[in-house]
Design a binder for this molecule. Structure first.
Ligand SMILES: [Zn+2]
Ligand SMILES: [Zn+2]
Length: 278
């Protein structure tokens, strides 16, 4: 049994020609879970061979725009590409329902056009929003999902998710600095997917708006230390700020390796890491 981690989007709020916005696909035993829905997520999912109708759930780590930009696309595409009501489960921290309600409101004209035009379409996009802070995430799938609080203050609340399937487990942390509740979520898991920024580079840029990002993200070494404390085998870095320079992956790996003994993965969009027995 294995869990596949596919980095759908390894970018950040800064538009990049070859990196989509933050989103990660967790696939286990035929179930697909989308964590965050950044810019271009459905294009990358198409490349990975997964469509919006195949998603078991969307899980949001927090409500920063770059992590939810294309949630409207996921909702609409799922709706128009399924032929009977197939509720899309959207899990997220408190505030998610507010955001989804307003997204649906903004889609109002589109929903009305399609309902009027397609005779066989007789329902609005069905969504099922679950707001959580920590603990078990209600799910109909075989994958056991657990949420834990992260620390991305002043963005509050924010959460990470742990996926357990077939004796293996993967934690997707999202944006956070190291914290006890993330450590608790990670304890005993196999792999950690963690967003990172290069604080060593950002700190040298004399631009306050960039410097502001230093205090609520982790560096590769900080993400690595979290994986090391949890005794994990694999660390997957994503959300590269700034974008990795061509051929510069090893530098990011080396920074993480100062704090972590296991396998460190850094890659482009669609890089897939398989956790468990091969
Ligand atoms: Zn964020
Ligand atoms: Zn982010």
């Amino acid at each position: 049994m294995t869990i596949d981690v596919t980095l759908l989007g390894t970018g950040s709020p800064i538009p990049a020609p070859d990196r989509a916005g933050p989103s990660t696909l967790i696939s286990a035993e035929g179930e697909h879970y989308l964590v965050d829905a950044g810019r271009g997520v459905l294009m990358r999912m198409a490349a990975a061979g997964v469509g919006a109708p195949q998603l078991s759930a969307v899980l949001l780590t927090h409500l920063h725009s770059d992590h939810i930009t294309d949630l409207n696309d996921v909702i609409t595409t799922r709706w128009v590409m399924t032929f009977e009501p197939t509720p899309l489960t959207i899990v997220g921290p408190v505030g998610t329902k507010h955001v989804v309600d307003h997204l649906l409101a903004s889609l109002g004209p589109d929903i009305a056009y399609r309902l009027a035009h397609h005779g066989d379409l007789d329902h609005e996009p069905p969504v099922h929003v679950i707001e959580i802070d920590s603990g078990d995430v209600p799910s109909e799938g075989a994958t056991v999902i657990t949420a834990g609080q992260t620390d991305h203050k002043p963005v509050e609340p924010s959460v990470g998710y742990r996926f357990d399937s077939g004796g293996h487990s993967v934690v997707v942390a999202g944006d956070t600095v190291p914290c006890d509740s993330l450590d608790a979520l990670c304890a005993g898991a196999d792999a950690l997917v963690h967003t990172v920024i290069r604080k060593d580079i950002i700190a040298t840029v004399p631009m306050q708006r960039l410097l502001d990002t230093l205090d609520y993200h982790s560096s590769p070494a900080e993400a690595a230390a979290t994986a090391q404390r949890a005794g994990m085998t694999t660390l997957v870095l994503t959300h590269y700020v700034p974008a990795i320079a061509p051929g510069g992956e090893q530098e990011w790996v080396d920074l993480a390796a100062t704090e972590f003994d296991g396998q460190i993965e850094v890659g482009d969009d669609l890089h897939t890491v398989t956790i468990g027995d091969k």
